[in-house]
Design a protein around this ligand. Structure first.
Ligand code: 4AD
Ligand code: MG
Length: 424
C-alpha cells in the first residue's frame, strides 16, 4: 500500500483520508463479538482505533496483545460529539499487520505492571512504566522545559558551555561527593559546574550549562537524587539585586516574596516549628530555631507550604553556605545568597554572588579547611582581572516536581538514581 505514514499527533490533519499508523497496542477492549477497540500509542500520542466486525471475523484478535508493535491501515474519522476520544478523532481500521507480538498470559504486560504493583516493582520495571501515560507525559514535558530554559538563556545572550563531569575539586563540600578511581588517581563526579562556568566568563561572557551533577546523598527523601540535571548559569558585572531579578524572570509567575534568612528564623519561632536536637546521631529532643541554624527540609517545606507562594530566601549566614559566597557588604556574618523555595517542594534553586577578592577567597579556603592547590585555576580568576559576578543552579527534577505537582523528583527522571538504586 502507498498510504501516507502519519504520526498520531498529525492524524487530525487527515480526517476522512486513508493513512498508515505505526505504534504499540496501548490498550484493547472487545465489545461483544462484533467490534474491537484499540488504543494505539506511537510516542507522539494516543489514538483510538475501531476494528469493525468484518475484520474481526477474519482475523484472530487474540493476537493483538497489549504492547505488540503494529502497522494499521485505515481511515481517520472525526468522533461524533459526546463520544469519548482524547483527541477528537479515531481510526477505522481496514487492515493491520503485527510487527512483533508481545507475550500474553503470565508474561502479559498487565500482569507484570498493574496499578497495585509496589514502588520497588515499579522501579525495577521503569523501562515498562515509561510506556505509561503519566510517565511519558512527564518525560516529554521535561524535554519541552529544557528547551524553554535554553530559549530563555538564548534570549539573554548566554553562551552554552559543556564543563567536565570528572573533576578534582568539590564545589559544595566533601560530605556527599562520589569518589572515582581516575587512572589510579582520586577524582570526583562533579557536584556542580559552577566553578568552571566562572572561568568561562572572561572567555565567552555570561554562560550556562545544562548537565548532570552528582551527590552521594545518604538519606532517602522525596527530593534528593544521586544524579540530577543541573541548570546553571553565571553572570558577570552584576549586583545581587540583578541576580535576583534574573532568577525571578525565569519561572512563570512573579514577583516572588522576598524574605531574609533572619526573618525565616523568626517565622519558624513564631509558628512554633522546632528543630530536632541530636547527640551522637541520636535524637534527644527539640528546641526552637535560632540564628545560625540550618533550616531542615521539613521545616523549609512547612514554611513554604504555609506561606503558599514562591519565596526568594536571602542572606544566609556564612557558616551555612559554600566557601565561594560573597559576604554582605553591610553585614559580613551574612552572604549574598538566595534559595528559591516553591510550595510542595521547597528549595529548587541555590544562588549567590561570588567572592571576587583574592585575599578574601584565600581566607575562605582556610576557614573551610580546603586545600587550595587543586583550585589554583579557580583562584586565578581573582588574580587576572577579577569582576563582580554571581550565578545560580536549578535542579530540573525539583522544578518539574513543583510545576507538575508530582510527589517525588523520581517521577520526572527517565531512570532515577537515588540512595541505593542504580538499576535499570
Ligand atoms: O544549592 P546547591 O547545592 O547549589 C550549587 O550547587 C551551586 N553551586 C549552584 C550554582 O550557583 N551554580 O544546588 C543547586 C540546586 C538545588 O537548589 C536543587 O534544586 C538541586 O540543585 N539539587 C538537587 N536536586 C536533586 N537531588 C539532589 N541531591 C540535589 N542537590 C541539589
Ligand atoms: Mg542549596
Amino acid at each position: 500500500e502507498h498510504l501516507p505514514f502519519v504520526r498520531i499527533d498529525e492524524a487530525i490533519n487527515y480526517v476522512d483520508k486513508q493513512v498508515k499508523i505505526a505504534g504499540w497496542v496501548h490498550r484493547q477492549r472487545v465489545q461483544g463479538k462484533k467490534m474491537k477497540f484499540l488504543v494505539i500509542r506511537d510516542g507522539y500520542g494516543f489514538l483510538q482505533c475501531v476494528v469493525g466486525s468484518d475484520l474481526c471475523a477474519i482475523v484472530d484478535m487474540q493476537e493483538l496483545t497489549v504492547e505488540s508493535s503494529i502497522n494499521l491501515f485505515g481511515t481517520v474519522k472525526k468522533v461524533p460529539e459526546g463520544k469519548q476520544s482524547s483527541n477528537g478523532i479515531e481510526l477505522i481500521v481496514e487492515a493491520f499487520e503485527i510487527i512483533s507480538k508481545a507475550p500474553g498470559g503470565d508474561e502479559a504486560f498487565g500482569n507484570i505492571l498493574n496499578a497495585e504493583a509496589s514502588p520497588s516493582i515499579q522501579l525495577d520495571n521503569r523501562h515498562m512504566v515509561l510506556r505509561g501515560e503519566t510517565a511519558s507525559s512527564c518525560i516529554r514535558f521535561r524535554s519541552l522545559t529544557l528547551k524553554a530554559f535554553r530559549d530563555y538563556f538564548d534570549s539573554k545572550n548566554l553562551c552554552e558551555v559543556s564543563p567536565p563531569l570528572l573533576v578534582e575539586t568539590q564545589a559544595e563540600g566533601g560530605s556527599n561527593v562520589f569518589a572515582v578511581d581516575y587512572y589510579g588517581n582520586p577524582a570526583y563526579l562533579t557536584q556542580s559546574s559552577q566553578l568552571y562556568l566562572e572561568t568561562a566568563l572572561p572567555s565567552v561572557g555570561d554562560n550556562y550549562c545544562i548537565t548532570e551533577s552528582f551527590r552521594a546523598e545518604h538519606s532517602v527523601t522525596r527530593r534528593h537524587l544521586s544524579q540530577f540535571t543541573h541548570v546553571e548559569a553565571e553572570l558577570g558585572f552584576i549586583t545581587f539585586d540583578q541576580l535576583l531579578g534574573f532568577i525571578e524572570d525565569m519561572p512563570p509567575q512573579k514577583p516572588f516574596l522576598r524574605m531574609e534568612y533572619t526573618d525565616a528564623i523568626q517565622w519558624l519561632q513564631r509558628n512554633n516549628i522546632e528543630r530536632d536536637v541530636y547527640v551522637n546521631d541520636v535524637k534527644v529532643g527539640q528546641e526552637p530555631y535560632k540564628f545560625g541554624d540550618d533550616i531542615v527540609e521539613s521545616a523549609e517545606r512547612t514554611m513554604t507550604d504555609t506561606i503558599g507562594q514562591p519565596i526568594l530566601l536571602t542572606r544566609f549566614p556564612v557558616e551555612l553556605k559554600a566557601f565561594y559566597m560573597k559576604k554582605c557588604p553591610l553585614n559580613p556574618a551574612l552572604t549574598e545568597s538566595v534559595d528559591v523555595l516553591m510550595p510542595g517542594v521547597g528549595e529548587i534553586t541555590g544562588a549567590s554572588m561570588r567572592i571576587s577578592d583574592y585575599a578574601e577567597l584565600i581566607k575562605a579556603y582556610e576557614r573551610e579547611h580546603i586545600d587550595p592547590s587543586p583550585y589554583y585555576w579557580f583562584t586565578d580568576q581573582r588574580k587576572y582581572g577579577s569582576v563582580e559576578h554571581g550565578g545560580f543552579g536549578l535542579g530540573i527534577e525539583r522544578y518539574l516536581a513543583w510545576i507538575l505537582n508530582r510527589h517525588t523528583v523520581r517521577e520526572v527522571c527517565l531512570y532515577p538514581r537515588f540512595t541505593g538504586r542504580c538499576s535499570p
